[in-house]
Design a protein around this ligand. Structure first.
Ligand SMILES: Nc1ncnc2c1ncn2[C@@H]1O[C@H](COP(=O)(O)OP(=O)(O)OP(=O)(O)O)[C@@H](O)[C@H]1O
Ligand SMILES: [Mg+2]
Length: 458
């Protein structure tokens, strides 16, 4: 479906410019020449984006934006202002306006980029709203946000693997969502009604892990006061999830291999062969193949476990997921803490999208949680997030790479900060001089200085 944009401007040249700009794109443009017309259109149509001129013959774009927000709280909007109004516009951005553009438009590519980004944000908000409905009707099911091509592919593999009874091995860095995937594999399988038993191999001693998996007879060891079923038995018609499988001792690796080969097991202190119909899913945040090469993990067990491998990419290798995840967590924590934090301001989005996320989705989730808790119920700025943006990034394998690509807008504002900061230093703060040297019109120098956070106007 085409995105719908409402443009409100009394100036025919501006309307014409946007019509030309958007003619070939997948966008439907509706124009209004004043606030009255805009209200009528807004009542009838749910617009993905409103572009509002600040000075209208019968009102003010900012006021109109306030009215729109009252009707549709997540309405995305861009304000068009002349230089004189920038101070208001900056304030409006703090109140949740997506961005503002100053007339005259010097750079049409930039204009298009701002519109694209605003539409992307609107899309993400809508997806979260849809998702929220799905969640409330199927509450309890795990939710996996999978927006990037990488995660869409993984989700397809997951859906295909879920109904089968094969063993699944999930590899991915800490915090990438392995546990969510395991739970989905269970929920999307016929075993859904059956038990789900999980064990972290790194958290238990060898003997405790063994007793928990195999069960024991009374008196099998000191403290075995009564016969107890192990997870192999308990998970009959269900799923067993062994997390941090690489932490399993060689002795237990051998025992597990035997269970998988023979489909039977005995409780500790017993000789009775038992069998059970469980499905095994394992996860690790190491590359299991490397552990095999290093001699720390049995190759024969590895082949048994690696029937269906699912690899979860780190968050930095799928940046398209960052915004949808952030909005999802924003919604989640707003409901959890009964808050009304949001929306995410443009600079907050840029910061999130550029950050390194060495702790992956878990780190992002914590950043949003913190922002919601700190926030008094209003827009979230970059500074609320406590996240540093990427100056040095990690590549997909975790090696340091000098300059990873960051979103264009972030790179541009970084450049502007440096350029205008240096310029003002050289000119000793004299704006006319700065305008002369840079070749940027004096009034636009002010705009840049303010956008770069070098001067504030309030
Ligand atoms: N794609 C996703 N969609 C929604 N929530 C996610 C997603 N990925 C991760 N999460 C959330 O992020 C947090 C961390 O994910 P999870 O516990 O599954 O990571 P993990 O890979 O098992 O990490 P570890 O190796 O440290 O155990 C969880 O709260 C989980 O719900
Ligand atoms: Mg985990």
């Amino acid at each position: 479906m085409k995105s719908k944009i409402l443009l409100v401007d009394d100036d025919p040249f501006t309307r014409r410019l946007f019509e030309d700009l958007l003619r070939d794109s997948a966008v439907e443009l509706v124009t209004a020449i004043n606030a009255g017309e805009a209200r009528k259109a807004f009542d009838l149509v749910d617009f993905n984006l409103a572009i509002l001129d600040q000075r209208l013959p019968d009102g003010n774009g900012l006021t109109l934006f306030g009215e729109m927000r009252a009707l549709r709280p997540r309405q995305t909007a861009i304000l068009i202002t002349g230089y004189a109004d920038v101070r208001d516009a900056v304030r409006a951005v703090r109140e949740g306006l997506f961005d503002y553009l100053t007339k005259p438009f010097e750079n049409l590519e930039e204009l298009e980029a701002v519109i694209d980004k605003a539409l992307e944000i609107d899309r993400a908000y809508r997806e979260i709203a849809d998702l929220r409905e799905i969640i409330s009707t199927r509450s309890g099911d795990p939710v996996l946000i999978s927006h990037s091509p990488e995660m869409e592919k993984l989700f397809t593999q997951l859906r295909q693997a879920a109904p089968l009874d094969t063993t699944v091995l999930i590899e991915g860095e800490s915090g990438t969502g392995k546990e969510v995937i395991v739970k989905l594999l269970h929920t999307l399988s016929e075993r859904k009604q059956g038990p789900f038993k999980e064990l972290n191999c790194g958290a238990l001693s060898e003997s405790l892990l063994e007793a928990t998996l195999f069960g024991y007879e009374k008196g099998a060891f000191t403290g075995a006061v009564k016969a107890t079923r192990g997870y192999f038995e308990e998970a009959d018609h269900g799923t067993i999830f062994l997390d941090e499988i690489t932490d399993m001792s060689p002795k237990l690796q051998a025992s597990l291999l035997r269970v998988l080969q023979e489909s039977t097991f005995v409780r500790l202190g017993s000789t009775t062969q038992r069998s059970s119909d469980f499905r095994l899913i394992c996860a690790t945040n190491k590359a299991l193949e490397k552990e095999v090469e290093a001699g720390r993990f049995r190759a024969d067990l590895y082949y048994r476990l690696n029937v269906v491998p699912l690899r979860v990419p780190p968050l930095r290798a799928r940046r398209e997921d960052i915004l949808p995840l952030a909005l999802f967590f924003l919604d989640h924590f707003n409901r959890k803490f009964d808050r009304n934090a949001g929306p995410l301001l443009d600079n907050a989005v840029a910061t999130l999208e550029a950050a390194r996320w060495t702790g992956n989705v878990r780190e992002l989730k914590h950043a949003i949680e913190r922002a919601v808790v700190v926030n008094q119920g209003g827009p979230i700025a970059a500074t609320d997030l406590g996240v540093g943006s990427a100056t040095v990034g990690l590549d997909v394998d975790g090696r340091e790479s000098p300059e990873p690509p960051i979103p264009y807008r972030e790179a541009r504002s970084r450049f502007e900060r440096e350029y205008f900061g240096h310029l003002m230093q050289v000119c000793g703060g004299n704006v006319s001089e700065a305008a002369r040297i840079s070749g940027v019109a004096r009034q636009n120098v002010y705009v840049h200085l303010e956008q770069a956070g070098i001067v504030t106007k309030s």
